[in-house]
Design a protein around this ligand. Structure first.
Ligand SMILES: Cc1cc2nc3c(=O)[nH]c(=O)nc-3n(C[C@H](O)[C@H](O)[C@H](O)COP(=O)(O)O)c2cc1C
Length: 361
């Protein structure tokens, strides 16, 4: 049973889709970090619904409020309470679905587990839960950037059947990623992705996609073998994001089709440190960061709630046709970009603090 992640930097998220609000408690953040709402809001704005024509039209401003743990603009080292009000919920949209578990959503499994469930909006399984992650992740990211110079940038590398060029290692910035609504910096592909998402939405359907994330400037030596290897924690963090279906690090599944002679990352002297010529390892060896960029890919399924008629069964097992109402994302990957970045930041900041705790001096 866990709404908490992390060992030293611990985040607990709370809130349902249609309750008073959502947020997180971030405990273990080092004291003395300059912090205000303005450090957090930009990532929430990139996550928020209603930001473009290819996201759900639910119009939430998602304004962050820091409730505790910060005084006179700096963190106190005490738990940081982060809160966002739910404003634009419409439980009425879910009335017809109350007795019908949405195919591939979490209605059936939450009911099976708890014997009761939030009556609308997916409850804890809703993407609104990720607001707490993004708010806490923005704090972790700021600390990582200011303390170590770590930079985390994610982007959409596939949507529907369109694959973008491999842009890892090209020094992409968030500004480049945000140049279009799909958040795909391969401009040639972005238009095609956009067209496919709009076509799916207009048919009452949905599409999946892939988010690639690169973490630059991570020092060698982070990661806790054996069960808390960096890639294991990243995989857990990523696969805890709703709608994720796959995780790859470095060469990923493609690496299984290469020879050792092709796959090995030979060492060389780089800017005065021992680096590698290639990065098939994705910046991690033996579960420990090696100083190269950490590169991962996260696969997202097409969201389950679709307007198109689906033959299914209600909770009694009676055959029904479901045409879902409500406001839903036709493809989640553009909004998933800041969520992936945030989960990366939370995992890496925790590992940085764990590494600090084992060093002398
Ligand atoms: C940013 C984001 C937005 C989402 N929007 C929707 C949505 O509008 N409709 C929907 O059915 N699922 C949406 N999802 C996915 C569901 O939350 C998720 O599929 C559902 O809880 C079932 O969990 P699972 O897919 O992890 O098994 C979204 C996910 C993310 C990350």
């Amino acid at each position: 049973m866990s709404s908490t992640i992390g060992a030293i930097l611990r985040v607990t998220t709370f809130g349902e889709s249609h309750c008073a609000g959502v947020g997180a408690v971030l405990d273990g953040c080092p004291p003395g970090l300059a912090l205000s709402e303005a450090d957090i809001q930009p990532q929430l704005d990139r996550r928020r619904p209603g930001q473009s024509i290819i996201t759900t039209p639910r119009d939430e401003k998602d304004e962050i409020q820091i409730l505790s743990g910060v005084e006179s603009g700096v963190t106190l080292g005490t738990p940081i309470g982060l809160f966002v009000k739910n404003r634009e919920y419409r439980p009425g949209d879910y009335k017809e679905m109350r007795n019908i578990p949405r195919p591939s959503h979490a209605d059936f499994t939450y009911q099976a587990k708890y014997g009761v469930r939030a009556s609308s909006g997916g409850g804890r399984s809703s993407a609104r839960e990720t607001i707490g992650r993004v708010a806490a992740g923005a704090v972790a990211e700021k600390w990582l950037r200011e303390t170590f110079g770590v930079e985390i940038v994610a982007w959409v590398s596939a949507a529907g059947k369109v694959d973008a060029a491999d842009l890892a290692g090209k020094g992409l910035t968030r500004a480049q990623v945000d140049r279009n609504d799909v958040r795909c910096p391969d401009e040639g592909c972005a238009g095609k992705m956009m067209a496919q998402i709009i076509a799916a939405r207009d048919e009452g359907d949905s599409l999946g996609g892939v988010v690639t994330c690169e973490c630059r400037g991570v020092p060698a030596g982070w990661g806790e073998p054996v069960f808390d290897k960096t890639e294991a924690l990243l995989a857990q963090a990523m696969l805890s994001i709703p709608a994720t279906k796959g995780f790859e690090i470095g060469s990923g599944f493609a690496g299984s089709r290469m020879k050792g002679s092709e796959h090995n990352d030979a060492f060389e002297l780089k800017d005065g440190r021992l680096g590698t010529v290639t990065n098939n390892s994705g910046g991690i060896q033996g579960g420990i960061t090696n100083g190269e960029s950490i590169v991962m890919r996260v696969a997202f399924k097409p969201p389950a709630t679709i307007g198109k008629a689906q033959q299914t069964a209600d909770f009694n097992g009676d055959s029904v046709v479901l045409e879902a109402k409500g406001r839903h994302d036709p493809c989640v990957v553009p909004r998933a970009v800041p969520i992936v970045e945030s989960m990366c930041a939370l995992v890496l900041a925790d590992l940085a603090l764990r590494q600090r705790s084992r060093m002398n001096g």
